[in-house]
Ligand binder design. Structure first.
Ligand code: C5P
Length: 290
């Protein structure tokens, strides 16, 4: 039976700007996204013979039916391509915290779409895969492409950027989860006092200047999430040598970027004592979709 093993990378938001509320209920966004080394592992198998979609995960509380985004990706893939599903099995090892602002679920769905495209030899283009992906979730098209990119629209319009300057990333997920929908519901556009300098960050990325990127990192959603813990983690990361620290996506994970590995390791070790979901990782290049 054809099998493929895939790494579904998490993402961080270097910036997240909310430009307004759209008629369809979504928010118009401008986000600079970056893939990181923290990833879920997926073993994908097709033609299992029973025509079913079976999802197994290491997290007992994750649904293994249509409510699981990886399951949805399989269904939509066969629906859109018109190919007959001869049975799919997904073994998913979740390392990326769930409901944490790191696009873990979106990345799983993106990996499944790309994996099925290979195993079924469908030859869908990246644009076609992104088209299917955006029906699953706003972050899925970005997760298909990965690397450093500007995402606009509701997040589905992706413009690749030059690679972000190399750095070490320490991520800390506070001990609670946030629903993306609820965080966006709490946004009052008229109350947004500050916006990130998206163009300035793009220029700093082009100049390969980590300090210039890091000091401009900003997430508009942070001001709508009430949590002292988020502010405390940011302060601790900055005090331990991070060049910048910000909440990722709709939170609550906070990350800091470090130029020095030794400082990143020391921060990771300290924060891990208080927060069990603390990770040390690096930034990653765009996905290889050949
Ligand atoms: O697209 P996705 O299903 O991942 O989005 C989850 C929720 O986040 C949406 O239902 C919507 O409430 C909110 N959202 C938004 N504007 C966006 C993206 C998501 O309001 N651009």
């Amino acid at each position: 039976m054809p099998k493929i093993s895939l790494n579904a990378k998490a993402k961080i938001n270097i910036t997240l700007d909310v430009l307004g509320k759209r008629a369809d209920g979504y928010h118009e966004l401008a986000m600079i996204m970056q893939s990181i080394g923290l990833c879920d592992q997926i073993l994908l198998e097709t033609s299992t013979g029973d025509g079913l979609i079976r999802v197994f995960t290491n997290l007992p509380y994750l649904p293994s039916d249509r409510r699981n985004i990886a399951y949805k990706a399989v269904e939509l893939f066969f629906d859109k391509t018109g190919i007959r599903n001869e049975g799919v099995r997904i073994d998913l090892i979740k390392n990326i915290p769930v409901a944490a602002g790191l696009a873990g679920g979106s990345s799983d769905a993106a990996a499944v779409l790309c994996g099925l495209n290979r195993l079924c030899q469908t030859g869908l283009s990246v644009e076609e895969l992104k088209g299917i992906g955006q029906e699953i979730g706003s972050d899925v098209p970005y997760c298909i492409v990965g690397g450093t990119a500007l995402a606009t629209g509701r997040g589905e319009i992706i413009k690749p950027l030059p690679p972000m300057p190399k750095c070490f990333v320490v991520l800390v997920k506070p001990p609670f989860s946030l629903s993306t929908a609820k965080v966006y519901q709490s946004v009052v556009c008229e109350k947004i006092k500050m916006h990130p300098d998206t163009d300035g960050v793009i220029k700093a990325i082009g100049d390969s200047s980590l300090p210039d990127v890091a000091r401009r990192m900003y997430n508009v959603l942070e001001s709508f999430v009430e949590s002292r813990t988020i502010g405390e983690i940011k302060t601790r990361l900055l005090n331990m040598g991070a060049e910048g620290a910000v909440m990722s996506g709709s939170g609550p994970t906070v990350f800091g970027v470090f130029s020095k590995q030794s400082a990143a390791e020391a921060a990771y070790k300290k924060l891990r004592r208080n927060f069990k979901d603390t990770f040390l990782t690096e930034i990653c290049d765009a996905n290889d979709l050949k």
